[in-house]
Design a protein around this ligand. Structure first.
Ligand code: GTP
Ligand code: SPV
Ligand code: MN
Length: 605
């Protein structure tokens, strides 16, 4: 039964039913009975069925499910992701583009009758707390129960999402997904920002199919934010409660698989805990931000769960993330530990199961398989965990007004050049720093791993319009916020020595850098002015307890601004602006070129 009287929703669902021709249409109300029945349907499928899901150990992992996607379908596919605006210029140089009509003409035959013999699930969901002035409604149509079960964790899913839509509003995002034959040659992730519409076909994996996430909450929402005066960013949101009881909120944009979930759930080092510091998680991947009544920038996390990278998550690196995954969680492409029907992934612990099933589904001897160079879990294997499981979830998580942001951090994986932390001179310079984010690539998207690539604001794969206009929007937001704008910083947890070892301990110890950042926001610590920004003065990063690891020599390396490397960096930025952006239809704001000139002049002085 339809869960809404909204005539636009009903008309669109009818149209998509006529196109895809499912045997049955089921509206997802979000009730436990309905979800239990769907879970029972996928868990009783025969082994080898691509839709199969498995229950895990009911004592150790109650309510948890395991799933494996096809080996050709394990990450976002950026080369098959399109922004279909009416002009190519509107999509800009960082997006694949095709005219909307042409794209629809190409995809319509693929969708025609694709759900014959299948059920279409109609998923109403809210991105953001229901009723929040910052929240938005989406509807996803899908032929995948795996998608329904994941959307249930990642969004506020079900009838309640329609509550504030009314009968005539057109302000909802239309997402059409079919896994079709999961044919990588016919896989398309397509956005029509001018129509609030997403079409995804031939994938059954993560960011390609959970359409509320990257497709809506970043690509479509960034376009909406530009038009409506707010920002949709690839940022975690955390709160640091200080000994005096005040909580400062910080957002941070790092490219995929560069540490957002880890920073969002950070556990402060012992010394900080003793002093009374606490960290609270508001979000780990996406922030929607808008100026509030007091003129400050407020952020909500539009999501309701964490779709986190599993490998590397352990009791030491991120105990909070691990705790999130101990119940009601879906694991995708990790390894099965057949000894007790639990899961395993690289670096979970030092004991890979002897009786294991690796992520592609082959039974193997875990230790032997690893010794031969195999990965038991796929490097981009993930957990889908409810936010409410998080031991450090912020009391403000459901606050419809969001939290006020004091600092915005950019960062990426940089083996050299970029220091541990520095602060921008002002918002415009901070926008430049965001535009200059680059990072060594990871397994979160298909393609080579470890190659340095520009990833402005960690949003390269997610800006739903022209990157030049996106930078202009950042500058406009800065003007609007004026002296109430958050301070902007850059961090790098990934600096390496000659042997390729990380020289900063990272994880919980990143608190030491947050501490400096907060003090800079409060104006209680001085800084060294350099050509690239304000750096910590010697001794101002607290290394109490890690003096053995972070010797004065290492700290010097971490905070070095090497003139030759930075001259190269600036030259590369000029090339990037000119050749990759301006020459390809990106309108770079003059203020950003001016920042480049200023840094260059300072370096040459
Ligand atoms: P997406 O969900 O893809 O957007 O990724 P993310 O940015 O949330 O990254 P996540 O926190 O899941 O971390 C990805 C990888 O980086 C994991 O293997 C972590 O162990 C590693 N990592 C995270 N923080 C640090 C750090 O401070 N230092 C080092 N060396 N590695 C880190
Ligand atoms: C990312 O790649 O940045 C992710 C995972 O958060 S996905 O949802 O697949 O985009
Ligand atoms: Mn992400």
């Amino acid at each position: 039964m339809a869960l809404t009287n909204n005539k636009n929703v009903l008309a669109w669902v009818d149209e998509m039913v006529a196109l895809t021709k499912p045997d049955k249409v089921v509206w997802i109300d979000g009730s436990k009975e309905q979800l239990d029945a769907l879970t029972s349907e996928v868990t009783t499928l025969p082994d080898g069925d691509p839709n199969k899901m498995y229950y895990l150990n009911d004592e150790k992992l109650p309510g948890c499910l395991y799933h494996r996607t096809l080996p050709n379908d394990v990450a976002r596919v950026e080369d098959r992701t399109f922004i279909c605006t009416s002009t190519k210029e509107a999509a800009g140089p960082t997006n694949n583009w095709m005219a909307p009509d042409e794209m629809k003409a190409m995809l319509t035959p693929l969708y025609d009758g694709v759900m014959k013999g299948r059920t279409m699930y109609v998923i109403p969901y809210s991105m953001g707390p229901i009723g929040s002035p910052l929240a938005k409604v989406g509807v996803e149509l899908t032929d995948s129960i795996y998608v329904v079960l994941n959307m249930n964790i990642m969004t506020r899913m079900g009838a309640a999402a329609f509550e504030n839509l009314g009968d005539t509003s057109d302000d909802f995002v239309r997402g059409l997904h079919s896994k079709a034959d999961v044919d990588p040659e016919k896989r398309y992730i397509v956005h029509f920002p001018e129509e609030n519409t997403i079409w995804s076909i031939n994938s059954a994996y993560g960011g390609n199919v959970l359409l509320g996430k990257k497709c809506f909450a970043l690509r479509i929402a960034s376009f909406q934010g530009k038009n409506e005066g707010w920002m949709a960013e690839h940022m975690l949101i955390l709160g640091v409660q200080k000994p005096d009881g005040e909580t400062k909120y910080i957002t941070a944009a790092f490219p995929s698989a560069c540490g957002k979930t880890n920073l969002a759930m950070l556990i402060p080092p012992e010394g900080y805990q003793k002093d009374g510091y606490k960290v609270f998680t508001v979000g780990d991947d996406i922030a929607w931000m808008k100026p509030g009544k007091d003129g400050r920038l407020y952020a909500i996390n539009p999501e309701n769960g964490f779709f986190g990278v599993a490998p590397g998550t352990n009791e030491k690196s991120n105990p909070n993330a691990l705790a999130c995954t101990r119940k009601n969680t879906i694991f995708t492409n990790v390894a099965m530990n057949n000894e007790d029907n639990t899961v395993w992934w690289e670096k979970l612990d030092k004991n890979p199961p002897v009786d294991a099933t690796e992520w592609k589904g082959a039974k193997v001897n875990g230790p032997e398989y690893i010794a031969e160079g195999g990965n038991l879990a796929h490097p981009n294997s993930r957990f889908t965990a409810p936010a409410e499981n998080c031991p450090c979830i912020s009391p403000e998580f459901n606050n419809p007004e969001g939290v006020p942001i004091s600092a915005i951090i950019f960062g990426g994986r940089r083996a050299s050049t970029t220091p541990l932390v520095y602060q921008s001179f002002d918002w415009t310079h901070g926008t430049y720093i965001g535009s200059a984010v680059s990072s060594e690539t990871t397994a979160a998207a298909t393609g080579a791993v470890g190659v340095l690539r520009h990833d402005p604001m960690a949003m390269k794969p997610f800006i739903g319009y022209n990157v030049g206009d996106y930078w202009a929007h950042w500058l406009e937001m800065g003007e609007k916020l004026g002296d109430k704008a958050p301070k902007i910083f850059n961090v790098n947890w990934f600096k390496q020595d000659e042997e390729g070892n990380f020289i900063w301990p990272g994880f919980g110890d990143n608190m030491r850098v947050l501490d400096w950042i907060i003090k800079r926001c409060e104006g209680t610590v001085d800084a060294e002015e350099t050509a690239i920004g304000y750096l910590p003065k010697k001794g101002d990063i607290n290394i109490e307890g890690i003096e053995d690891e972070v010797t004065p020599e290492i700290m010097d390396k971490l905070l070095a601004v090497d003139k030759d490397l930075w001259t190269k960096e600036i030259a590369e930025m000029r090339r990037y602006y000119n050749d990759d952006i301006a020459a390809k239809g990106g309108n770079i704001p003059a203020a950003l070129y001016a920042e480049l000139d200023k840094i260059e002049a300072k370096l040459n002085k």
